[in-house]
Design a protein around this ligand. Structure first.
Ligand code: MG
Length: 203
């Protein structure tokens, strides 16, 4: 399986990092080795002193597809989840400054938290899903999918122009504002519409 991540999909997050608003979705990949095993703590890696949490809505692909038309994209998933795209912000800033690829900052071991999934039939509208991240019980990121620059079906269509989507692939759809550094002993919990979908201890 592969993990396809979307960057800069929420205006306020683009502003907080002073990034340019993209004309097309920004895409990067994480390998399957980036997945943090279930119930494992997240260990801050030695090569970074500024790891940020980025809470994101996830989409799990359930059939093979390529060049998917946006109007058929809904047939390619039936579960929605929540996760964290852990980012070594200090490493990423250096790479970005030099115009180099971001993998060392984004695709390292443990950088992909994949929480539980919910059937998409549970939602009245996928374009109005509330989600949040708490750190030690305090809300740190609050998002709503209505604020995405590109909606889930548009992302699936766009991504499938470049990469064949396969069963089990996961799309990270971008983070809202509120990204911040994590420290040892932090406990990160993610919720969709009040339902807890993951709990991560930082070490
Ligand atoms: Mg992200």
């Amino acid at each position: 399986m592969k993990i396809i991540c979307i960057g800069r999909n929420y205006t306020k997050h683009i502003e907080e990092l002073q990034n340019e608003r993209p004309k097309e979705p920004v895409i990067f990949l994480k390998p399957d080795t980036a997945i943090l095993p279930k119930n494992f703590p997240f260990f801050i890696p030695d090569f970074s002193s500024d790891i940020h949490h980025e809470v994101e809505i996830l989409v799990k692909i359930n059939r093979v597809g390529k060049h998917i038309d946006p109007k058929f994209a809904h047939k390619y998933y039936d579960e929605i989840g929540l996760g964290i795209d852990f980012t070594a912000r200090d490493v990423q800033s250096k790479l970005k400054g030099k115009g180099l690829p971001w993998e060392k900052a984004k695709a390292f071991d443990g950088s992909a938290v994949i929480g539980e999934f919910l059937p998409k039939s549970e939602f009245n509208s996928l374009e109005n899903i509330n989600f949040e991240l708490t750190n030690n019980g305090e809300k740190v990121q609050l998002g709503n999918t209505s604020h995405m620059l590109w909606k889930i079906d548009e992302l699936i269509s766009y991504v499938s122009q470049y990469f064949t989507l396969k069963i089990g692939d996961i799309i990270f759809t971008g983070t809202p504002e509120g990204v911040a550094q994590v420290k040892t002993e932090d406990v990160l919990e993610g919720f969709i519409e009040g339902k807890k979908l993951f709990r991560i201890q930082v070490k």
